[in-house]
Every structure is written in structure tokens, then in C-alpha cells.
Ligand binder design. Structure first.
Ligand code: PMP
Length: 288
């Protein structure tokens, strides 16, 4: 396996970073998870835009232009002969000293790992996920805005640990004042009376690239889409529920905290959107 590290493709064994890198010492950095389908990188420019927005929010200078990063992603995919891949693009603050001061880090570290995509098991799509609502709430915006896709994922990991302990595949995270935000690595949607509802960005969530694509696909299919504040009781009374994310695409949810959602089977709107989404991945993307 070849890894892109600071301008070069190197063997996996040689892709090494100093223990003084602030990405490691403090989670000081940003990243993206991207996917390619049969030689087409899905929504690459949206992912790069979000990466640069995240970097700007933490005052991190990415030492490459968007075009250079795009080329680096493509070179890494080609260097590994991957047609269907998961791409992890990471920018850290770089090597500094043991203090927090980011000014001590003279140059950001850039690396790109591409690997075969690990698909969710088929049964998740056939039966739907059984998920929980975590006790760990989502970071509040004025502390660490969830819109920043930073290397500090402990907030999400704590909720994920709750899911694992409860034998669930995902956990919904609420805002500090009890509104539904998103899951640990996916956005959430419900369907009520044929309207697609999802928490608004203002609640404090990561603006998922898949979330945005699904909202557009729904509108194109004549389904109305609304961003609304939701409490757990709104989820329990939904006709359908599903999660979206780069790896999951669109995955149905049939149980939340042991309560059955809708008919207990993946819903019609969910399956229609999943089909439309999968069709869109075949035609749109950056070719390599
Ligand atoms: N929320 C969080 C917290 C995430 O980490 C992710 C990405 N795994 C998502 C939502 C989904 O975003 P995207 O559709 O861009 O993958």
C-alpha cells in the first residue's frame, strides 16, 4: 500500500509521523472521509470545500491548493490501483513542542490513505439498524462547533462506546438542551406523512456531504424536505427513519431505544432514496 505523505507517495511502512505532531498530541487537525465508486470520486469538491472550511475555523493553513490536493487524492488512488475506495485525507497542525501553542508548529502535516471500502453488512439494509440515544450529548457549538470535522472525535467516541455496550450499531446524540443532532458518524432523517425531516444545521451538527446529496435527490423526486428541531418523541412517532454518511450511504433504522419505528421494516421513501443515491454515484464524480 502507498500512502501520500507531505508531497510524496511512500510505502505504508515508511508513512511515519513524529510523536511531536500536534494532531497526535492534541487532536489538532482536520480530516475528510471520501469515497470512490468504480473510478469516480464522489463529491470530491464538496469534501475539499468542507476540509478547507474546517481548517479555516481552527486557523490552520493547508500548505496545498485545492487543485493540488485533488491531484494528490487521484495519484494516491492510482498508485494503489483502487477503483472502489475509501479515502482518508488528514491535515494536522504538524510537529511542535509539548505546549499547546500552534505557532510552534511550523508546517502542517498532510497525508492521504486510500483503502478498499469496507461495506456495511447487507442485513443492516434489509432489516434496518437498531440504535440507541446516547447519554453523551453532542459538543455545544460555542465550545467546539460540530461543523468542524476535527481530529478530536472523543465526543463521538464516548457515544459510540455507549452504543457498543448496548449492542447497538449507532447512537443518536442530543444537543445540550435535548434536541436530536446526529449520530456518532452519520446524519439522521425521518419521514413523516411523506415529508422528509432532518435536524437543521443550527442545532449543531456536521453538514454531511451525503445529507446534502440526499436532500437534493429528495427534492428532485418531488419529496418535500424540511430542517426541523426534533425531540426523541418525534423520532418514535416517525413513519421511517434512516442515517446518511459516506460509508453507510443511506441505511434504514427500524428501532430506537427498543422502540419500533414505523412498520419495523425499512420504509418506502428510504428505499427509493437509497436507489436514487446509488444511481447518482455511478454517473457523477471526478474521474481517475
Ligand atoms: N456526522 C458525523 C459526526 C460524521 O463524522 C460524519 C462522517 N462520517 C457524518 C455526519 C456524515 O457525513 P458525510 O455524509 O459527509 O460522510
Amino acid at each position: 500500500m502507498k500512502v501520500f505523505l507531505n508531497g510524496q507517495l511512500v510505502d505504508r511502512e515508511d508513512a511515519r509521523i513524529t510523536v511531536f505532531d500536534h494532531g497526535l498530541l492534541y487532536g489538532d487537525g482536520v480530516f475528510e472521509g471520501i469515497r470512490s465508486y468504480n473510478g469516480l470520486v464522489f463529491k470530491l469538491s464538496e469534501h475539499l470545500d468542507r476540509l478547507y472550511d474546517s481548517a479555516k475555523a481552527i486557523e490552520l493553513q493547508i500548505p496545498m491548493t485545492k487543485k493540488e490536493l485533488e491531484n494528490a487524492v487521484i495519484d494516491t488512488l492510482n498508485g494503489n490501483n483502487l477503483r472502489d475506495a475509501y479515502i482518508r485525507l488528514v491535515i494536522t497542525r504538524g510537529a511542535g513542542d509539548l505546549g499547546l501553542d500552534p505557532r510552534k508548529c511550523k508546517k502542517a502535516t498532510v497525508f492521504i490513505i486510500t483503502d478498499r471500502i469496507v461495506l456495511y453488512p447487507r442485513e443492516y439494509y434489509e432489516k434496518g439498524l437498531e440504535i440507541i440515544i446516547a447519554k453523551t450529548c453532542r459538543n455545544i457549538k460555542c465550545a467546539l462547533d460540530p461543523q468542524i470535522k476535527s481530529l478530536n472525535y472523543l465526543n463521538n467516541i464516548l457515544a459510540k462506546i455507549e452504543a457498543i455496550k448496548a449492542n447497538a450499531q449507532e447512537a443518536i446524540m442530543l444537543s445540550n438542551d435535548g434536541y436530536v443532532t446526529e449520530c456518532t458518524g452519520d446524519n439522521i432523517f425521518i419521514v413523516k406523512k411523506n415529508v422528509l425531516l432532518t435536524p437543521p444545521e443550527s442545532v449543531g451538527l456536521l453538514k454531511g456531504v451525503t445529507r446534502h446529496a440526499v436532500m437534493n435527490l429528495a427534492k428532485a423526486a418531488g419529496i418535500s424536505v424540511k430542517g426541523v428541531m426534533m425531540k426523541p418523541k418525534d423520532l418514535y412517532s416517525a413513519d421511517e427513519c434512516f442515517l446518511t454518511g459516506t460509508a453507510a450511504e443511506i441505511v434504514p433504522v427500524t428501532k430506537i431505544n427498543d422502540k419500533t419505528i414505523g412498520s419495523g421494516q425499512p420504509g418506502k421513501v428510504t428505499l427509493k432514496l437509497l436507489k436514487a443515491f446509488q444511481e447518482s454515484t455511478k454517473v457523477a464524480g471526478v474521474k481517475y
